[in-house]
Design a protein around this ligand. Structure first.
Ligand code: CP
Length: 325
């Protein structure tokens, strides 16, 4: 693996999930792999889990770690080529990426969608410009349209829970549900989860369903072959996993079309499921999106899911380090 920008960079998903589980069982088995190598973590946006879990995973592999909050710790970066730089951005990505590529063997980047220009966001300018100009491996720590390290952690979490369960079918039903929120949020986590779950469904591992109010359709390339319901109760019937996330509209780009509280997940909703497990990437606004009674119940997997971010990052960094040997 050279870059990890999306599922397209994964050649064997089953093997990558197993690699994450192996790292969890034996975190320091590959601690010599990153010796005398450096990863740079670049954050254009806030983070708790991604920042800490990626740093921890990198250290487990023996990597040196440097972290930069772009804009606040460094110069603002211009991403577009061929522009007159007479605005507030003092440095161009061509130089910044090339320089950081000289200090680091791997650059891992978080840069969210702006949610004002759909075409610009879905072009993935930041990831693609770094991939073009850094000359080293690039890892996506959540981009405008995807969050693949989260999706890999989600796959690991689902696989672990499936194996542990005595009541789940061999091919569990996984439901991605839209949740209410007052702010417009990116589609990246939902897009990515749908992309990875469609791959798991195509391989026969799960059944995948999406539910959201009308107007919240995800981009067709992410919905794929998922069954889509506008009735949340119907979607929840017999589900083994409920994956909650808010996203703003793709069609009416970046808009909040409804805040209907009936879409929040409560214990009454969970009773429609097959004693389903509740998942969310975090952070979560309690009682706005998911009720306390659900988050604090044994059905919630959110802490284990966040803990598995360390192992998804370690599996990916291991693959990249093996390709550098
Ligand atoms: N789930 C996730 O990416 O969390 P952070 O935004 O805190 O990194």
């Amino acid at each position: 693996m050279h870059n990890f920008l999306s599922l397209a960079d994964v050649t064997d998903l089953d093997a990558l999930i197993q690699s994450g589980l192996n790292a969890k069982a034996n975190p320091f088995a590959d601690e010599a792999l990153g010796h005398h190598k450096t990863i740079g973590l670049l954050f254009f946006n806030s983070s708790l889990r991604t920042r800490l879990s990626t740093e921890k995973a990198a250290r487990n592999l023996g990597l040196n770690v440097m972290t930069l909050n772009v804009g606040s710790d460094s110069w603002g970066l211009e991403m577009e080529d061929g522009v007159l730089m007479n605005g507030d951005k003092a440095e161009h990505v061509r130089e910044a990426a090339a320089v950081m590529g000289r200090y680091c063997n791997i650059l891992a980047i978080r840069a969210f969608a702006g949610l004002t220009d759909r075409e610009l966001d879905y072009k993935e300018l930041v990831m693609n410009q770094f991939a073009k100009y850094a000359g080293v491996s690039i890892v996506n720590l959540e981009s405008a349209t995807r969050h693949p390290l989260q999706s890999l952690a989600d796959c690991i979490t689902i696989e672990e829970a499936r194996v542990k369960s005595t009541i789940m079918p061999a091919r569990p039903k996984v439901v991605l549900t839209w949740l209410p929120h007052f702010k417009p949020l990116p589609q990246a986590v939902a897009n990515s989860f749908a992309e990875w779950m469609n791959a798991r469904a195509a391989a026969g591992h799960i059944e995948f369903v999406v539910t959201h109010p009308e107007g919240y359709e995800l981009a067709p390339q992410f919905v794929g072959n998922a069954r889509v319901y506008h009735n949340q109760d119907e979607a929840f019937a017999g589900a083994d996993f409920i994956y909650g996330k808010n996203w703003s509209s793709y069609t009416h780009y970046g808009q909040v079309l409804t805040q209907d509280p009936a879409w929040a997940v409560t214990m009454d909703k969970m009773r429609l499921t097959n004693e389903g497990k509740m998942m969310h990437c975090l952070p979560v606004r309690r009682n706005l999106k998911i009720a306390d009674e659900v988050l604090d119940s044994p059905q919630s997997l959110v802490i284990e899911q966040a803990a598995n971010r360390e192992w998804s990052a370690q599996a990916v960094l291991r693959e990249i380090l093996l390709s550098l040997k």
